[in-house]
Design a protein around this ligand. Structure first.
Ligand code: NAD
Length: 480
């Protein structure tokens, strides 16, 4: 029997401002050591229907609540997150195995910031009445759309959920959230925090459960007016098909296979730092620039410095302050990652670093890996691995670098390291990606659009873009 972790979290759904139970359960284990985090309620069509109905009932009152009052409540939720920072960070680390120090310093505070940012953004902006048509005044307004279904993954559970919950609520919508079944804990704690903050019953609801059950029922429900999903491409196809039946607008934030382009004129120390940084969260980051594309002239020196730096990474228990890399989330994900690596090696690639499980640590710890010599077009260069696995390719010309960078079905992000501003201008225009970083990585501004091109997604969220999606935008024309 796995050991109990003793975490205090309610395993039930949160519907209409109270806990509701269902008979079926699913178990949640910690990736750190396999201990049992909890047995959570496994919702289905019945619980989803109850949650959507609760959200529908709460909608008119919440939509009419003055913006300032909505903003006050969202700030109170942010206060609650900040007050429980240590508890939330420890719970999230136990649940998904990401570094405790990252949760404490960045990820959980960002969840609180999401609420503050979207509360204030709506207060400050989002009305236009300056369009004049032959003396007629156009008033453009962002009206709440109704019940929003929000479905999120496990790699940054609370942060990614609040990135959707906050704008949806700020805009006057009500929400049904379905968190990932591998990381259900902080969604349940957030429900407690919203209640303590005084959010009216039914405005925010959580249905726990499996994607193919609770998630599927939620995306088919005719009472839902928006579906915002972050997760994998295969799931997005199913969700988009479900949404087609009810003509519900979808926002899809999906996977990636982002490139890091290092030109001969790059600051090599910076390039190496950014490259090694791609092992962050044990490679379980959608934006990760996992394909290292390096100019021929500096390739060997880059590799030498990369291996020296990456060799210092410390893998182990994510609760320890000295750890750089924790475990993968789940056995299924671990085996999938190893499958990619072993197939690439069998097809002729070479592991310059790692190349398999960390047998010293056992469990779900996978060695940070760098592969080279993979065949052009092979799966390791084109499919999302979602683990600590980078590939290295060399290029001779700028054109070749851009062609290699764009040679996937994805288009989520890209990073360019160069000392030449004109090159940066040229190359960034050529890259297919929702976000491109030049001589930096992961600098995120919530006012900026975020999303992916090609199979990395549909739509953009962030700033006004979030409200464009979560609202019915209306134009009213007044005669002179
Ligand atoms: P996933 O698609 O397996 O699951 C994501 C969520 O969808 C979970 O809550 C799951 O329960 C639910 N789900 C699964 N099947 C469903 C169905 N049939 N109907 C409705 N819901 C369903 O993805 P994952 O493995 O949890 O997450 C990893 C993926 O997420 C990677 O591809 C990663 O790149 C992507 N991701 C993207 C972003 C982004 O912002 N673009 C951010 C983080 C993660």
């Amino acid at each position: 029997m796995p050991q109990q972790t003793g975490l205090a979290v309610d395993p039930g759904h949160w519907i209409g401002g109270r806990r509701q139970r269902s008979a079926a359960r699913f178990t949640d284990h910690s990736p750190i050591d396999g201990s049992l985090v909890g047995e959570f309620d496994r919702g289905g069509a019945e619980q989803v229907d109850a949650a959507v109905q609760a959200a529908q009932q709460a909608f008119p009152g919440w939509a009419k609540t003055p913006r300032a009052e909505r903003a006050r409540l969202l700030h109170a939720i942010a206060d609650g997150i900040e007050a429980r920072l240590d508890e939330l960070a420890a719970a999230e680390t136990l649940d998904n195995g990401a570094l405790l120090r990252s949760h404490l310093r960045g990820v959980i505070p960002r969840a609180a910031h999401n609420f503050r940012f979207f509360a204030d953004w709506l207060l400050d902006g989002l009305h236009r009445d300056d369009l004049d048509t032959r003396g007629h005044r156009n008033r453009i307004s962002w009206d709440p759309a109704g019940v929003c279904a929000l479905i999120t993954p496990w790699n940054a559970p609370l942060m990614l959920a609040t990135w959707k919950i906050a704008p949806a609520l700020a805009a006057g919508n009500t929400v049904v959230h379905k968190p990932a079944e591998w990381s259900p804990v902080t969604a349940s704690l957030l429900a407690d925090i919203t209640a303590e903050a005084g959010l009216p019953p039914g405005v925010f609801n959580v249905v726990q459960g499996l994607g193919a059950e609770a998630g599927d029922a939620l995306t088919r429900h005719p009472g839902v007016r928006r579906i915002s999903f972050t997760g994998s491409v295969p799931t997005a196809r199913t969700i988009a098909a479900n949404a087609a039946a009810t003509l519900t607008p979808v926002s899809l934030e999906l996977g990636g296979k982002s490139p890091l382009l290092v030109f001969a004129d790059a600051d090599l120390d910076l390039a190496v730092e950014l490259a090694v940084g791609q092992y962050d969260n044990a490679g379980q980051v959608c934006l990760s620039a996992v394909r290292l594309l390096v100019a021929e002239e500096i390739h060997d020196e880059f590799l030498h410095r990369f291996l020296a730096k990456a060799g210092q990474l410390k893998q182990g228990d994510p609760r320890l302050p000295e750890t750089d890399l924790g475990p993968q989330i789940h056995r299924r994900q671990f085996d999938r990652i190893d499958g990619f690596v072993q197939r690439a090696l069998a097809e002729g690639a070479t592991a310059l670093l790692g190349g398999g499980p960390n047998t010293d640590l056992g469990g779900l710890y996978y060695r940070p890996t760098l592969l080279t010599g993979a065949a052009p077009g092979s799966e390791i260069l084109t499919e999302e691995v979602f683990g600590p696995v980078l590939t290295l390719q060399r290029f001779r010309t700028e054109e070749e670098a851009v062609a290699l960078a764009n040679n996937t079905r994805f288009g989520l992000a890209a990073a360019v390291v160069t000392g030449d501003p004109e090159r940066a201008e040229r190359v960034t225009h050529e890259l297919v990606a929702g976000t491109v970083w030049v001589n930096c990585f992961f600098v995120r501004d919530l006012r900026a659009p975020f999303g992916g091109s090609r199979e990395s997604g549909i739509g953009r969220e962030g700033g006004d873009w979030s409200f464009d999606f979560f609202c019915d935008v209306k134009n009213t024309v007044f005669a002179p």
